[in-house]
Ligand binder design. Structure first.
Ligand SMILES: Cc1cc2nc3c(=O)[nH]c(=O)nc-3n(C[C@H](O)[C@H](O)[C@H](O)COP(=O)(O)OP(=O)(O)OC[C@H]3O[C@@H](n4cnc5c(N)ncnc54)[C@H](O)[C@@H]3O)c2cc1C
Length: 491
């Protein structure tokens, strides 16, 4: 095979992983009604990249490899290479209208950044750096889908992580010559159900004394003792693709991962009992920048989709040309344009980190802070433009199968720009995006995937060029004195 295909990916998921939903263990996620469509949508990503006409756009051939792999694994050396890579990520995001938050290019981006900062791991220990470099080669050469859990369960947030109840937060409970044993939980394994591997790490700050919690490793999804507890499946509750085109196909799932004495071999351990290294893994390497730069690429696709949705909403109810509605659309377009521009800005004003090119850190954090507040407002704008049209729709596609009901639908679902069937189809898609349980989960996702506001704003605070900004103020103040003022008043 020239590149990983959908069939290859689906087969790789049939590995005996312990996934649970609705009180039962799932025998095969690729055929279970809670996950099968999302698994197929992920498979479609790989099929897309493997099409001969997309190979150059989506994949590259690393040195010494015998097959092409997704450009998410590419380590750009220049702005031009970053842009080539971004186009592949944009093309993948477009296939789910930006609704796959943790598509495979999220973690490949994180690993690209971490691999660029291998020196940081070397300072932590030669064996840990070798583990990271070898894992990067293994995961990238096989074009694996990796997800991650880097957050702890919210139990008593006012207490330190080390003070939480026994068995809650995943920690090292044993270690020997073969590796470490971990027990406890990690959140929030988005897409873990349909991934090959999972990175387990600590993004939340740890304190000295919390070394048992201070580790990072990668595990296959069928690791012995690892249990994947899925949340409610929106896919399983979708009525049909016509009724719920997004939830029926792009419910990437979120899961609690419980480690029931899971043994991790040393060659898969990247951070070992070092609280500061848990931070450094992401923040002293370009790991955090790269993973969240990918998130902004995806989000810009999604926001463009939502702007398109808003426009079509107004067309479906014939309001586009009303001046105040056009103004609302223009304002929305400006907000989406701002996000597109921030993306271009973080690329164009990136910098070299040794031989690698890294997007601008502060612009990326600025985009995070701005977009986690913007997303709810964009959703609100779509709802505001729509009124009751989003709600007053046939209960399901089945209503069209009854000739009498169909006649009423065709009479009542009128539009200046759409046929009744088209209008119903569109408005159901719009509701799925902004109002359904799936849509509501996405609101929570965009508000929190990168951390709560106090976290993202903290990154922005830390990385802004205060010296330059405050210097402008200092320059102004240096341009006059009290003596100058007194002279001025005397004359
Ligand atoms: C849909 C979804 C998907 C996700 N997917 C993933 C994933 O794939 N992998 C992963 O690892 N994580 C994932 N996450 C987790 C995500 O990273 C966290 O939700 C995020 O970091 C916030 O952490 P938290 O949920 O513990 O909230 P908290 O940090 O507890 O914050 C919740 C609220 O509590 C308050 N608060 C708590 N602590 C403080 C404080 N110190 N100062 C001020 N206010 C405070 C604030 O009001 C804050 O908004 C996902 C989350 C969601 C919602």
């Amino acid at each position: 095979m020239i590149a990983r295909t959908g069939a290859e990916h689906l087969k790789s998921l049939q590995d005996g992983r312990a996934v649970y939903i609705d009180g039962e263990r799932v025998a095969d996620v690729t055929v279970h009604p809670a996950f099968r469509n999302a698994c197929r949508s992920v498979a479609a990503l790989y099929d897309f990249q493997a099409r001969p006409e997309n190979l150059e756009l989506m994949t590259f051939e690393p040195n010494g490899a015998n097959r092409r792999i997704n450009r998410g694994w590419q380590m750009p050396r220049s702005y031009a290479e970053l842009v080539v890579r971004r186009k592949a990520l944009q093309a993948w995001a477009a296939l789910s209208c930006g609704f796959f938050g943790r598509s495979p290019d999220h973690l490949s981006s994180s690993f690209v950044g971490q691999r660029m900062g291998l020196e940081v791991f070397r300072r932590h220990g030669a064996a840990r750096a070798k583990a990271l470099a070898d894992y990067f080669d293994y995961a990238s050469r096989n074009d694996l889908f990796v997800s991650y859990v880097i957050i702890n369960p919210q139990a008593e947030r006012a207490k330190d992580w080390g003070q939480q109840a026994e068995g809650l937060v995943a920690r090292i409970v044993d270690e020997d010559s073969l590796g470490i044993t971990i027990r406890g939980a990690k959140l929030l394994g988005t897409a873990a159900v349909m991934a090959n591997e999972i990175l387990v790490a600590n993004m939340q700050p740890l304190k000295p004394g919390e070394e048992d919690l201070a580790f990072s490793c990668a595990l296959p999804m069928n690791a012995r003792g690892m249990r994947v507890l899925s949340r409610k499946s929106y896919e399983a509750h979708a009525v049909s693709v016509f009724d719920n085109p997004l939830s029926a196909r792009f419910d990437e799932n979120d899961a609690l991962i419980y480690f029931d004495d899971v043994k991790v071999p040393w060659d898969r351990i990247f951070v070992h009992r070092d609280t500061d290294m848990c931070r450094a893994q992401f923040h002293d390497t370009p790991g955090h920048v790269y993973q969240n730069y990918q998130a902004q690429i995806r989000l810009s696709v999604k926001l463009n989709f939502l702007a398109g949705l808003a426009r079509r909403v107004t067309e479906s109810i014939g309001t586009t040309k009303i001046p105040s509605v056009a103004e609302q659309l223009g304002y929305l377009a400006a907000q989406v344009g701002m996000v597109n521009a921030m993306l271009s800005g973080m690329e164009a004003s990136g910098s070299q980190a040794g031989e690698w090119y890294v997007p601008n850190k502060h612009y990326m954090y600025a985009a995070q802070v701005v977009t986690q507040e913007l997303y709810p407002r964009v959703v609100q704008a779509v709802r505001d433009l729509a009124g009751g049209a989003l709600i007053m729709l046939p209960s399901s596609a089945r209503d069209f199968a009854d000739p009498e009901l169909e006649a009423i639908i065709r009479t009542t679902q009128r539009s200046a720009s759409m046929e009744p069937e088209q209008k119903v189809k569109f408005l159901k898609a719009a509701w799925d995006a902004v109002g359904s349980e799936f849509g509501s989960r996405h609101l929570q996702y965009e508000m929190f995937y990168a951390g709560a506001r106090f976290v993202t704003a903290g990154h922005s605070f830390r990385t802004f060029d205060w010296q330059h900004a405050a210097g402008l103020v200092d320059d102004l103040l240096a341009s006059y004195t009290l003596a100058d003022g007194l002279d001025e008043l005397r004359n």
